[in-house]
Design a protein around this ligand. Structure first.
Ligand code: FMN
Length: 226
């Protein structure tokens, strides 16, 4: 669209001040990174949580939760992970970052209510090489293809191979992974129809601020218009 086309299009919109809804507008290029973080993470909710397992060159397993996580394509099956800087230092690299650089594999273990506190232990900034799985009491199981283990307690785990990494900032990157295998707890799936009983999953999601989470137990159904 040409800029005059865009101007014409915009001229049909209500101008600020005419709108009934009063919005506060933040220019994210003008405010500190910490404020951008607080504002965006406050409104982009709820976010699913992947408890991500990776393995380093010495065979040590790392496990950390990520809510900059989602399925971005099903054909091919691709998930995205956003890895930010380490705690307290804008340039410090997280262990997950190092283990997925330049390539590698990882497992996204979805987090349900019974796993919540153990997931929270895995978010603690332990020194590199500490086993978050041991510290939290979670159980590693062998994946089909990944070096990184599947977390046995998770209701659903996605084995992934890194396809693309995009550096977004000094210590921020986007990792895209192709899902090669899906593990789902027996009681949650009807295998002939490939139907997942979503209402039984009891996944939790990350909300605003520090320490707020949502349950997925308040569901409603709405049919698509045809
Ligand atoms: C629920 C939850 C979600 C999180 N999501 C992210 C995220 O999306 N990206 C990120 O960089 N850190 C995220 N964190 C923080 C990391 O889990 C934390 O920094 C962890 O210690 C990193 O571990 P690592 O250095 O072993 O990779 C999250 C923490 C919690 C509790």
């Amino acid at each position: 669209m040409t800029s005059s086309g865009a101007d014409q299009g915009r001229s049909r919109f209500l101008r600020r001040g005419q709108a009934r809804k009063k919005n506060m507008i933040f220019d994210l290029t003008e405010i500190p990174a910490r404020s951008v973080y607080k504002l965006l993470l406050g409104v982009v909710v709820p976010r699913p949580i992947a408890l991500v397992t990776t393995m380093d060159d010495q065979g040590r397993v790392n496990c950390a939760p990520f809510s900059f996580f989602n399925l971005v394509s099903s054909d091919p099956p691709i998930v995205a992970l956003g890895i930010g800087p380490g705690e307290g230092d804008a340039n410090a690299l997280k262990d997950t970052w190092r283990n997925l650089d330049p390539a590698g594999d990882f497992v996204c273990n979805l987090v349900d209510e019974p796993m919540a506190e153990k997931m929270n232990v895995c978010a603690f900034p332990f020194p590199a090489g500490t086993s978050e799985l041991e510290r939290s009491g979670l159980t590693p199981h062998c994946g089909v293809k990944t070096r990184a283990p599947v977390v046995a307690e998770s209701p659903a785990s996605l084995e992934c191979e890194v396809t693309t990494t995009i550096r977004l900032g000094p210590a921020s990157k986007l990792v895209l992974g192709r899902v090669t295998h899906l593990h789902v707890r027996d009681d949650l799936v009807e295998p002939t129809r490939h139907h997942i009983h979503g209402e039984k999953l009891r996944l939790i999601a990350r909300m605003h601020g520090s320490g707020w989470y949502a349950r997925t137990s308040d569901l409603f159904q709405m049919a698509r218009l045809r």
